[in-house]
Design a protein around this ligand. Structure first.
Ligand SMILES: Nc1ncnc2c1ncn2[C@@H]1O[C@H](COP(=O)(O)OP(=O)(O)OP(=O)(O)O)[C@@H](O)[C@H]1O
Ligand SMILES: [Mg+2]
Length: 410
C-alpha cells in the first residue's frame, strides 16, 4: 500500500504533523461515494432511478435500467448512491442485496458470475463457500443462485461499463433468472455504458430478456463542476486553496465536455504538485501544471489503446517528423512510410482509402491534425498530417507495444 501522508494520525514530534495541503485526500478519490448533500445537479436522475428500483424496497421486482452518458457524468456514483439508499430504505422484513461489478475488470462470464457470487455471499449466513477460481461457469451460477435465495428477497446488481463485458449471456441469464424459476429473489439490473448504441447491438434473445428503461446523464456545465469541487473543499486544509483554483479547474474540465472526474483529478493533482513544490498554497500555477499532466496522460492512453494498424500509421508519421524539419506531411508520403513499416513487421497493408480513414479517426481523437491544402485547379485538394504532441513522445508510446517493437530494432 502506498503511504498517504494526509492520513497521519500519531502526534509524534519526530515526524511532521501531517500533510499541510490535504486534510482528507480520500474525498478526492474516484471511487469515493460522497454523501447525498455533496452530490450536485443530479436530483432528477436520482429520483428517476429510485422510482425504477422502488419495487426492491418492498420485496418485489425492481425494473432494469440502462444508464448512458459520457465519461465523468456521475453514472457510477448515482447508481451506487441510489442502490445504497434502496438498501437502507428497505421495509422491515425485506432483505435487499446490492452488488457492484466493474465489467472492465471482470469481463468474462465466469469471472463476472464468480465475482458476484463471492461479493454477495455472506458465508456465516449461507454456509456456502465460493472459491475464487477453479469451478465451471455453470457451477458458479448455481452458487450465485443459492447465495441469493439464502439471503435476499430482492437484489440490485450494477453492471458498470457493460460494453466491456465480452459475453452478453451474463445480462440475459441474470435478467431471466427469476422468471426461469432459478431463484426466488427479485433481480434488478442497472447497466451502465457510455456507448449509446450498446443495446441496439445486443442479440435479439438478450434484448428481449433485458427489458429496461433508459436514463441519460448530461455533461455538467462549469457551474456544476465548480459546485462539485467546492463541496469537497474540505479535502484541503483551510486557506490552502487560492480563490482561482476551483474555477480554473472547472474551466479546464468543462472545455472538452463537463467531466467531473477530470475536474476532481485536476484538483487533486494540483494539490500534489503544490505539496511537492513545498508551497503553502495551491495556486493557479499548480492547476495549470496538473492540467498539462492530465493532457499527457490522456494522450498516452489514446495512443497506447489504439489498434495496431492505427499505431503503424502514427508510427509512419512520427518517423517522418522525427527525421525532418517539417512538421506536416502529405498523406501519400505518410502512406509510403506506412507500407515500409508494415512490410518490415509482416503486417497487412491497408488500402490508401482505409489508411486515410485511420488518420481521420486519429484527427477526431485529437492525436493528429489534418490540414487541407488547395494546389489550384490542376493540383486539387491535398491533405497534410501533423502530430499534435511531441513526435518523440508518440514514438515512445507506440514502441511500448510489443507488436511494433521490432521496428525499432533495425
Ligand atoms: N453530481 C456529482 N456530484 C458530486 N460528485 C460527482 C458528481 N458526478 C460525478 N462526481 C464525481 O466525479 C467522479 C466521476 O464520476 P463517476 O465515476 O460517477 O462518472 P461516470 O459517469 O461513471 O464516468 P465513466 O463513464 O468514466 O465511468 C467521481 O469522483 C464522482 O464522485
Ligand atoms: Mg463510471
Amino acid at each position: 500500500m502506498t503511504p498517504d501522508p494526509s492520513s497521519n494520525s500519531v502526534d509524534d514530534p519526530l515526524f511532521d504533523s501531517g500533510h499541510h495541503i490535504f486534510a482528507n485526500k480520500d474525498l478526492l478519490k474516484i471511487g469515493h461515494v460522497p454523501e447525498a448533500d455533496r452530490i450536485v445537479g443530479r436530483d432528477d436522475e436520482i429520483s428517476k432511478l429510485a422510482k425504477r428500483l422502488n419495487g426492491a424496497v418492498h420485496g418485489y421486482s425492481p425494473e432494469n435500467v440502462m444508464i448512458y452518458g459520457k465519461t465523468g457524468t456521475g453514472k457510477s456514483l448515482v447508481s451506487r448512491h441510489v442502490s445504497q439508499r434502496a438498501q437502507n430504505a428497505a421495509d422491515g422484513d425485506v432483505d435487499i442485496g446490492t452488488a457492484y461489478l466493474d465489467c472492465a475488470e471482470d469481463n468474462t462470464e465466469t469471472q463476472a458470475i464468480s465475482s458476484l457470487a463471492a461479493k454477495l455471499n455472506d458465508e456465516s449466513v449461507t454456509g456456502i463457500t465460493v472459491p475464487h477460481t477453479g469451478l465451471s461457469t455453470s457451477k458458479y451460477y448455481k452458487l450465485l443462485w443459492e447465495t441469493l435465495d439464502a439471503q435476499f428477497d430482492s437484489i440490485i446488481i450494477i453492471l458498470d461499463e457493460i460494453d466491456l463485458m465480452n459475453d452478453d449471456s451474463v445480462l440475459m441469464k441474470l435478467s431471466r433468472a427469476e422468471e426461469a424459476g432459478k431463484i426466488d429473489c427479485s433481480v434488478g439490473i442497472i447497466a451502465i455504458s457510455n456507448k449509446i448504441q450498446y443495446v441496439d447491438n445486443l442479440n435479439e434473445r438478450v434484448k428481449s430478456s433485458f427489458q429496461h428503461k433508459e436514463l441519460f446523464f448530461k455533461p455538467y456545465d462549469a457551474n456544476q463542476l465548480r459546485e462539485i469541487m467546492f463541496n469537497r473543499e474540505d479535502a484541503f486544509h483551510d486557506d490552502v486553496l487560492s480563490d482561482d483554483v476551483i474555477p480554473l479547474s472547472a474551466a479546464f474540465a468543462a472545455q472538452e465536455h463537463g467531466d467531473a472526474r477530470k475536474a476532481i483529478d485536476i484538483l487533486r493533482h494540483a494539490g500534489e504538485v503544490a505539496y511537492e513544490d513545498g508551497a503553502d498554497q495551491v495556486t493557479e500555477h499548480h492547476v495549470r501544471q496538473a492540467q498539462q499532466h492530465a493532457e499527457k496522460d490522456r494522450f498516452r492512453e489514446l495512443v497506447s489503446g489504439a489498434p495496431t494498424q492505427a499505431k503503424a500509421a502514427l508510427l509512419a508519421l512520427t518517423e517522418l517528423s522525427v527525421n525532418s524539419n517539417d512538421e506536416a506531411f502529405l498523406t501519400s508520403r505518410v502512406y509510403d512510410r506506412y507500407e515500409l513499416i508494415c512490410e518490415h513487421l509482416d503486417m497487412d497493408v491497408l488500402s490508401v482509402r482505409r489508411f486515410r480513414d485511420i488518420l481521420k479517426e486519429q484527427a477526431f481523437l485529437g492525436v493528429v491534425e489534418i490540414e487541407k491544402i488547395n494546389k489550384g485547379s490542376a493540383g486539387g485538394i491535398h491533405l497534410q498530417n501533423r502530430l499534435i504532441e511531441d513526435p518523440q513522445v508518440v514514438r515512445e508510446t507506440i514502441l511500448e507495444d510489443s507488436r511494433l517493437q521490432d521496428w525499432a530494432r533495425e
